[in-house]
Design a protein around this ligand. Sequence first.
Ligand SMILES: N[C@@H](CCC(=O)N[C@@H](CS)C(=O)NCC(=O)O)C(=O)O
Length: 208
Amino acid sequence: MAKPILYGADYSVYVRIARLALEEKGVDYELIPLDIFAADGIPAWYRKHHPFGRIPAFEHDGFRLFETGAIARYVDEAFDGPALQPAEARGRARMDQIVGTLDSYGYRAMVWDVAVERLEKAPADEKLIAAGLRQAETVLKVLTSLKAKGPWLLGGQLTLADLHAAPIIAYFVKVAEGRDMLARFADIQEWYARIATRPSFAGTEKVA
Ligand SMILES: N[C@@H](CCC(=O)N[C@@H](CS)C(=O)NCC(=O)O)C(=O)O
């Protein structure tokens, strides 16, 4: 079988989530660079892979996918390597709940409204950052309340919930407000310190 292909950029949170799944499974893949913020826009051919022009998109032996959650689940189920989804219904439901919470309430607030706004805008929109921080606090409270005992969000098994959360938190803690807030959530701060030491995490760090 051919190597799977991932289209995307190393600065992207969602591309990193898909890469973490591939790396944790030990899958050899090719990352084809696709810069959605390029000055001349997204290349026309890419719309066949992702009609909405987002990254990542994925391809394996002619099977094409977009949407990171679908890609990560496929990677987990189609390849050998450690299972990244709980075997039982409640564990899988909890995993999906965490992933959905991050997609719906965490990503925009933590990455764009707090981190990108603070890092890239001058002057920054302080109201947007304040609102983002309020939402981030709720997300961190929810993660704390859902976190099972053990090293990972669902307990002893590293799952797609961990791989979805880590790149979002990594962006959030690029700024002081994010680091200060995470420090108030000891369980999640410890979890983040733990996942940040995994080779998959270091191996998917944006190249400067
Ligand atoms: N729902 C999509 C979200 C992907 C997404 O938003 N990717 C960002 C990069 S992290 C993107 O392509 N942004 C470009 C844009 O918003 O135009 C998924 O799960 O893959």
